[in-house]
Design a protein around this ligand. Structure first.
Ligand SMILES: Nc1ncnc2c1ncn2[C@@H]1O[C@H](COP(=O)(O)OP(=O)(O)O)[C@@H](O)[C@H]1O
Ligand SMILES: [Mg+2]
Length: 455
């Protein structure tokens, strides 16, 4: 007989299996597991936190600034700083060592180079005056495809580039909220009250009509009354990035998926898909930021529908594998069915009332290949490109170990200190996310330019 051991699933001893099993789990068992996880999570989070209890963004060196953020020759950079003692001068860890700057200081330096340097260099990122912020949703009903990583990295790239960014987490799993160190007690610090406020306003208007018809108004419950007092800025929290703000998520946000259909039953005419768009607009958020990134849960529920309806640009991350390509096809099919049925429903009423018909529209929709492995997936990615054409973003975001390696203190490539990595590895990892950003920024600028031309 050969000495090759049997596969591990043979010859399992039932008595040993029973001895290892432990007691049956009750509902209370889930609470105990959750508690253990929470304790471990706090421990982990605590290790990455600075003394004031918040996360801290690293500093940026002259090399990194002149290489990636304000592309000028290092000698010129140093000369300009010397000539302008009022500009941030940076600090060094050793005498005569490299100078390091906070991101706020980088922004001040960029403003200076933007004012005095060659306009052609484009140090200050393009943003047409008077036009609203662009909203970008990252969505796919499949989990683990890189939605949150893509959204977080794009938000950070855009912030490094000088844009003012708001990140909205619609996923009750709250990964994005963790990445930005958000603190969210309950659903009242998520977008939930904005949805509630939108419905409450609808109900108030309905009630006015009821009163006009001598009918009894439908009373607003405590939740709705409370929601009417809440503005977007009450929900926005600063992050450790000076120009990234956050509206966070928390497990309770999932409650919205049950509450929204109840409200919709009660108020048939309520345009639930407009709740986020309308409240953000009404609160002036689109003037306060350049870019708003919306991270969505892996489902096409009411929260995702709101995020998608609000978005100007929709990005759909997808891995270059058969299963992901296949399910992404079905995701687009569901998007079509969902938004088409909303349009049909609305337009039926609009036609009856002689009103103008509505239709949803997005400035740009792109699938983005994520976690790409060129040695294994080139053929599949090529095929996807052939079928999707322009809808597939031209840049494939490489799989990079840097993301997993970054650890609990730093999230993703832009927060990592390049000195912790081999320079080559760092440069390659960074390049792929820089290229993802470049492809996105091209879309962004194109859409703003179109709006400018149509003004
Ligand atoms: N380009 C990449 N290279 C390596 N790992 C990645 C990359 N993008 C995402 N990941 C990893 O894949 C997993 C799922 O990504 P995530 O962004 O959370 O997906 P989703 O939000 O769609 O569920 C995470 O563990 C993340 O670190
Ligand atoms: Mg996610």
């Amino acid at each position: 007989m050969s000495s090759t051991p049997l596969p591990p699933y043979f010859q399992i001893n039932p008595d040993q299996a029973l001895a290892d099993l432990g007691d049956p789990t009750t509902t209370g068992g889930f609470a105990a597991i959750a508690q253990a996880c929470a304790a471990g999570r706090d421990d982990l989070a605590g290790r990455g936190l600075s003394e004031d209890g918040g996360r801290k963004l690293r500093l940026f060196s002259t090399w990194e600034i002149t290489r990636y953020l304000i592309p000028v020759a290092q000698a010129h950079f140093r000369r300009v700083l010397k000539q302008n003692p009022d500009l941030p001068q940076g600090r060094s860890e050793t005498d005569g060592g490299a100078k390091w700057f906070s991101l706020d200081e980088v922004h001040r330096l960029r403003a200076h180079f933007g004012d005095t340097g060659s306009k052609a260099k484009g140090y200050i990122p393009y943003r047409p005056k008077g036009l609203p912020a662009k909203m970008v949703a990252v969505a796919n009903f499949k989990g683990g495809v890189g939605k949150t990583s893509t959204a977080a990295h794009l938000a950070m790239s855009a912030a490094l580039d000088g844009y003012k960014v708001l990140v909205i987490d619609l996923d009750s799993q709250a990964s994005m909220t963790s990445i930005f160190g958000g603190k969210v007690e309950d659903e009242w610090q998520t977008v939930f009250p904005l949805l509630a406020r939108h419905y409450a306003s609808h109900l108030q208007a309905d009630n006015q009509r009821r009163v006009d018809r001598d009918e009894a108004p439908v009373p607003l419950d405590d939740t709705l009354t409370e929601a009417l007092t809440i503005k977007t800025k009450d929900l926005v929290q600063p992050t450790h990035w000076p120009n990234i703000d956050l509206i966070g998520a928390q497990l309770n946000l999932y409650w919205a998926e049950f509450q929204v259909p109840v409200w919709r039953m009660q108020g048939r005419g309520w345009k639930l898909w407009d709740a986020l768009t309308d409240t953000l607009q009404a609160d002036g958020v689109l003037d306060d930021y350049d870019l708003i990134f919306i991270d969505t849960p892996p489902a096409l529920g009411y929260l995702t529908i709101n995020g998608l309806a609000a978005a100007d640009i929709l990005l759909v991350p997808v891995g270059a594998s058969f299963l992901e390509f296949d399910s992404t096809g079905r995701f687009f099919d569901m998007l079509h069915t969902t938004f088409n049925s909303i349009e049909e429903g609305e337009n039926l009423a609009a036609r009856a009332l002689g009103r103008e018909e509505m239709s949803f529209s997005w400035d740009a929709v792109r699938a983005v290949v994520t976690r790409y492995d060129g040695s294994q997936q080139a053929e599949l990615a090529g095929l996807m490109q052939a079928y999707l054409g322009k809808t597939l973003s031209p840049h494939r975001q490489d799989f990079t170990a840097l993301i997993g390696q970054a650890g609990e203190q730093v999230q993703g490539i832009y927060e990592a200190d390049y000195r912790d990595f081999n320079r080559e590895t760092y440069a390659r990892g960074r390049e792929t996310f820089d290229a993802t950003y470049a492809a996105f920024k091209t879309l962004l600028i194109g859409t703003w330019r179109r709006d400018e031309a149509n003004q």
